[in-house]
Design a binder for this molecule. Sequence first.
Ligand SMILES: [Zn+2]
Length: 257
Amino acid sequence: MRLVDAHCHLEDESLHARLDAVLGDAREAGVVRVLTCAVTPDQWPTSAGIARRHPEVAFALGVHPWYAKPEHLPRLDELRGARELGATAIGEIGLDSKVETPSMDLQTEVFEAQLAIAKELALPVVIHCRGAFNELFASLKRIGTPSPAGTIHAFSGNVHLARTFVTFGLKFSLGRSLTYKRCAKREELMRFIYPDHFLLETDSPDMPPVGAEPDAPNEPRNLVLNLRGAAELLGRDPAEVAEATTRNASEVFDLGL
Ligand SMILES: [Zn+2]
């Protein structure tokens, strides 16, 4: 079985400090590729360095909406070199209305500038969106999307929202929510996004799934718990779900799997 963790943060000190062990355990669990996403410009060299040392790691460069600052705006130009640096995507970028700062105006400016660069480079985007779906749709309409478009990560919306994202070419990566007690809304979403629009993620070191070691950082090896949750929700064989999600991840992020 081959799995892809389509969204995590290996730059985080809790994982970066013991990266060989983290990636070794992931490999043993069947995770053959990991997409790590930078959240600030300071992390960009770290992301590229990790991928240089570990061929199973692909990386995305971006500024996360929580950390957007006015002084990042001139630095976004550097993202035009993302392809040459070996980046697979632009991310983690997006909009989040549930945080008080940065303002939605600044978040939108930073997001749209990065979306435009991704489109220019034809690199997919990795999007974070909480409580700002209408604002996000407005930005996607204004700027457009790259081809392939990319993913909405940790998607928790309903089928109606999912349909709109699909019209923009976006797919969905889900993690911990797959291990929650089943509910009709999630089952309906899964039936809609499976098999063609669904990827697996852990968001390590955050969002440990139900059943993971408590009080420890989440890790890519825990992706198997999310796989199991997805297979149960769908009433399908885990091997089949693994194959579909790996194929989707490979297509979106050009992983050659
Ligand atoms: Zn994330």
